[in-house]
Structures are given as structure tokens and as C-alpha cells.
Write a protein that binds this ligand. Structure first.
Ligand SMILES: [Zn+2]
Ligand SMILES: [Zn+2]
Length: 323
């Protein structure tokens, strides 16, 4: 399923992305010209081993950060398939009067408070567990975390890893630049240099520290959410009694694998996204909100006359378990 959505590329949505690239470019330019190359100095600066190490490390971090940025922006976060079982064309979602009365959509655990299956009227599809509709992207997004204006994209099942790594490498970059450029900034207070370079150094350092502080808190929050098997939306919905009854927690290691992918040695690289289809998830305290396809067929073949009431006991049971 391709990422067909083009409505997100409006001027107002692109502006924050350009802003982020501008900040990255500004800090990078300051670091390279004023710190690594020392262009602000009147005499030729002697290159040291440390200079070379700093250049290699900082540019590697920048490249990793930019790859994560591009992948977070361009990767489809995941949408609901166009197949009949998700569009509901072969079943009834309300169990009202049309045939067959039992919903055919794949099983899920999250249902509405009245026991009905979650259905998106805009996409005209059933919503799998953890899926939400994004008004900006105008699409239902699998395991939606939030819509991020800075990448003009939703953070969902397929690009969550790239988003997390983007925040991680941005934070590490800020820390590395802040520590390695600190001496140059302090030195600029005593050295003779062009005022523009001095301003660039102080401004670049201030920007780096502010961004580092913001990214550090954001990274801490998202790391905690990942360890708890929560998305930002689920964290915000925690006050709801209904939502609290469902937990996707599989233990620390599996929770991290569910976001960073199955191979531990590739966790910090922008490759190897998590396995799975983003439609079904491990649920703590397994209970069924709706019957599976096999159960539907078994039910229909064994009790042909009772089809009009077949969905009711399952829904009631799920509702009772959820509340
Ligand atoms: Zn939708
Ligand atoms: Zn979105």
C-alpha cells in the first residue's frame, strides 16, 4: 500500500520542515566553519588529531540524523488495507438488518463504549487496534503516535523507529557540538576576530543548547512511552477507564523491539523496521471483542436461523470485560 496522501504537502505544512532544516543548516555551518575549520582566525590554525576525530564523529552523526529525517518524512506510517474485510463491504458493522449480521472484519480488542466496532466514516473502513484518523493527513494511521508538524507526517507503525532515531541523533548531535565547541566559544571572547564570526559562535552555541534541552526532554518522554508500550495518544487517553483495560505491554525487551525492530544490533540504525502488519498486536489479558473469521463461519454454518442475534453475546462480553 503506497503512501498516496498528498494533501499534507501544503505551504503551511512544509514551512515547519523548512524551519527544521534551516536550524540544522545554521548549527552545522557554525560548527564546521568556526570550530572545525577555524576560518575566523587571522593566522592559519594548526590541525590536530582531535580536530580530525571531531570532524569524523560530528559528520557521521549529521549524516545519520539526516537519513532518519528523510525516512521519517517520506515513509508511509501505515494505513488500513483496502480489502473487503476492512472496508466492511461483506458484513454489517452495526448488526442491524442487512445480511450477514455478523461483522466479517478481522478481530480487534478496542471497541467503542457502546460495544460497537470502531469505524472511520471518512475513510469508510474499520479501525484496527491502535489506529486513529489524522485530520492533517486525511487518513487512518496504523498504531498512530501523533501527527508531527516538524516532519509533515504522522508518526505511526512504519516510521516510528525513524522518528525516535531522529530525535536521538539530533540530541546526541547537540551534546557533541555543545561539548566540543565550548572551548572555541570561550576562546572567542578573548581572541581577535570578526564580529560576525563571534556572533555566529555565540548564537550557534545558544541554539544548540536550547535545542539539546528540548530534544533531551522529548527523547526521555518517548523512550519512557516505548518502554511502557504506549503511544502518545494512548498516554493522553489514559484517563479513560475503557482505555486502561487494554495493555499492549510485553515486557521491556519486547516493547523496545516492537518499535526499533527485531534485530538488536540494528536498533540504532535507520533500517530494519519492526516486524508485523501494524493491524494486530499482542494484548495483555486476551479477550475477544469480535469473533474471528473462522468463528464467524462456524457460527453461521452451525446456527443458520439465529444469525440476527449472533453478534450480541460477543459484544456484550467484550463490553463487560472492557469496563
Ligand atoms: Zn480514517
Ligand atoms: Zn498526520
Amino acid at each position: 500500500m503506497a503512501f498516496k496522501n498528498t494533501s499534507r504537502w501544503t505551504f503551511s505544512n512544509v514551512l515547519p520542515v523548512v524551519f527544521v532544516l534551516g536550524i540544522i543548516g545554521m548549527i552545522w555551518w557554525t560548527y564546521v566553519t568556526c570550530h572545525l575549520l577555524g576560518l575566523h582566525r587571522s593566522e592559519v590554525h594548526e590541525r590536530t588529531h582531535m580536530n580530525l576525530v571531531e570532524a569524523i564523529v560530528s559528520q557521521t552523526l549529521v549524516i545519520l540524523m539526516l537519513i532518519c529525517f528523510v525516512r521519517a518524512v517520506c515513509t508511509d506510517p501505515g494505513s488500513v488495507p483496502d480489502t473487503d474485510d476492512w472496508t466492511g463491504k461483506t458484513g454489517s458493522r452495526t448488526g442491524a438488518s442487512s445480511e450477514p449480521q455478523v461483522p466479517i472484519a478481522p478481530p480487534c480488542h478496542e471497541v467503542k463504549q457502546n460495544g460497537e466496532r470502531r469505524f472511520c466514516n471518512k475513510c469508510t473502513k474499520y479501525k484496527p487496534d491502535r489506529c486513529h484518523h489524522c485530520r492533517v493527513c486525511n487518513s487512518c494511521v496504523l498504531r498512530m503516535d501523533h501527527h508531527c508538524p516538524w516532519i509533515a507526517n504522522c508518526v505511526g507503525f512504519r516510521n516510528h523507529k525513524y522518528f525516535l532515531l531522529l530525535v536521538f541523533y539530533s540530541f546526541v548531535n547537540c551534546c557533541f557540538i555543545g561539548i566540543s565547541m565550548g572551548g572555541t566559544v570561550l576562546g572567542s571572547m578573548e581572541e581577535e576576530m570578526d564580529l560576525a564570526f563571534r556572533f555566529a559562535l555565540v548564537f550557534g552555541m545558544t541554539l544548540t543548547m536550547v535545542m539539546g534541552g528540548l530534544l533531551g526532554s522529548f527523547l526521555g518522554f518517548h523512550t519512557w512511552l516505548t518502554c511502557q508500550a504506549l503511544t502518545t495518544i494512548e498516554f493522553c487517553e489514559k484517563s479513560s477507564t475503557f482505555s486502561r483495560s487494554i495493555s499492549y505491554d510485553q515486557g521491556l525487551f519486547e516493547n523496545i523491539r516492537a518499535v526499533l525492530g527485531p534485530r538488536v544490533f540494528l536498533w540504532l540504525l535507520p533500517v530494519s523496521p519492526p516486524s508485523g502488519d501494524g493491524l494486530t498486536f499482542f494484548v495483555h489479558g486476551e479477550f475477544k471483542a469480535f469473533p474471528t473469521q473462522d468463528e464467524v463461519h462456524a457460527l453461521l454454518s452451525s446456527k443458520p436461523e439465529e444469525d440476527s442475534s449472533a453478534a450480541a453475546p460477543e459484544v456484550t462480553g467484550a463490553k463487560a470485560a472492557a469496563v
